[in-house]
Design a protein around this ligand. Sequence first.
Ligand SMILES: Cc1cc2nc3c(=O)[nH]c(=O)nc-3n(C[C@H](O)[C@H](O)[C@H](O)COP(=O)(O)O)c2cc1C
Length: 188
Amino acid sequence: MKIKKLFLIMACCLPLCVLAACQPKNQTSMNDNNKTLVAYFSATGTTMEAATKLAKVANADLHEIVPETRYTPAGLNWQDKTSRSSVEMADKSSRPAIANKVENIEQYDTIFVGFPIWWYIAPTIVNTFLEQYDLNGKTIVPFFTSGGSEAGETLQYLKPSAPGANFVAPKNLTRMDEAQMKAWLESL
Ligand SMILES: Cc1cc2nc3c(=O)[nH]c(=O)nc-3n(C[C@H](O)[C@H](O)[C@H](O)COP(=O)(O)O)c2cc1C
């Protein structure tokens, strides 16, 4: 009697198992049909390292945002009110020039944009980057590294530079390993 019951349960479960096996794998916005770009600005290499790791995990193209004039250590001195970064960040409308451009940005549906936090927000060169393109309808995923600050008002200052784009909440990738990045990507 018990064996008969067990057989009945197994017979009922089999079609469900077959059905489950035929279902497409868990789909996220990172599926293979969507081309993804990881673009980043990095003054001292920390964000570059995070971006390189992220591009590998997300199977994305990688693009460095190169300033027309590179930032020098003196220019990055946040304790000096007259340093280049201090002057730029004091004027939110400053748009430091960029030396290069992404080829065929139309091919990307999702664009990760990485940067170091400067004075609690993104460096204004990131606004220059966004304003170089028509990003209407694209998904922008900001990410950053910092000395400890979180995103603060970062999004508020980035959004006007890409009207019509869909922004995701900025993610802190400081010291994040590949497994953690993978988990974050799957949650998007
Ligand atoms: C001009 C300047 C301003 C900064 N402001 C902040 C800040 O407000 N909060 C913070 O946690 N870190 C701040 N930092 C530290 C950087 O965000 C951090 O070192 C970052 O990881 C550097 O990234 P990078 O090597 O890609 O340039 C600042 C650094 C500089 C040069």
